[in-house]
Write a protein that binds this ligand. Sequence first.
Ligand SMILES: Cc1ncc(COP(=O)(O)O)c(C=O)c1O
Length: 375
Amino acid sequence: MPQVVIEAISNYYRNSNSNSHGAFITTVETDRVIEQARESMAAFLGAVGPETISFGQNMTTLNFSLSKALARFLRPGSEILITQLDHEANRGPWLNLREHGFVIKEVQLRLDGTLDYDDFQSKLSEQTGLVAVGYASNALGTVNEMAKIRAWTSETGTLMLVDAVHYAPHFSIDVTALDCDFLMCSAYKFYGPHVGVLYTRPGLLDQLSTDRLVTQDEKAPCRIETGTLNHASLAGVSATIDYLASFGAGVDFRSQLVNSMNTIQNQEFDLYQKMHQGLATIPGLTIIGPPPDPLWHTPTISFTLDGLNPIEVCAFLASKSICAWDGHFYAQRAIEALGLMEQGGVTRLGISLYTSQEEVEYTIQCLSQALENSK
Ligand SMILES: Cc1ncc(COP(=O)(O)O)c(C=O)c1O
């Protein structure tokens, strides 16, 4: 986490630690912290204003709250379309709605790690109340075709929810251009604290019947927020967005952020390509997922290595001071669909803003020794 974010969080505890909506100085400051965090996130996501941004404990918790509200809003018995590629956080809340009589359909994942768009289109109809789809896969790095999905859902009159948790650290997002109804992300994925973020199309949240106390502000964006927000973390969210903006320039804050995210995207893609090229030359190593593409792949690379389980690969990498994850990363259905569950899933490497070329070269070098060293 950047030092400026840590400082913003600790400064809040030091100077303004209070609940909201009072008359005295620290509570007024807290109101400002909350409002600023909404404004910062609105700029980050290209939203029209702070009233479209709600906060929660994390994306998963917010999505469960939203699913309960949508269960009261969608036509009884209507269909909800989810995908095999998605993280469980964007599947479980919708699968639970089967209890309320909703029919959940699932878009197939192709063996190349992309969604089957023929299957997608064939499962979408005027019966479909909601499509819940990831912007990008945290397991394989696949970026999904949002414009196509929006065009189809507009024709069928279907709400569209986008899980942008994995996409947000690597690309700029424009909810207005996406024209989505809901978009969720999680600040800890883009160098911030543990705060879940929900964008809702202007006016839509006010129509939903959310679980809330009678004492809760009933208007958007507060309508879906329960209890006291994590104010210190919200101070951290604003500092995170300022930090991200510092990598670019622009005539206003939004264009500066877009420029920064594009810079980050290009830098990460460069390293990702180097990693991909290096790994592709290692005998017995199979990269899982679609090929590198600056628009259609995040800088996340998953692979299997003949003769070693992912946990063994990660233990070997750990012995070389490289932190890598093994398994399904909660995108369990995708790993199952690819037939990789039995062997322990995949090994996943992630390139981020702070990854260096030396680290990429070192990782390739270590992985090329992994099989030999294990004998
Ligand atoms: C694609 C994706 N969606 C959702 C989540 C869940 O986010 P949170 O931890 O904020 O609940 C994750 C977390 O890894 C993720 O990668």
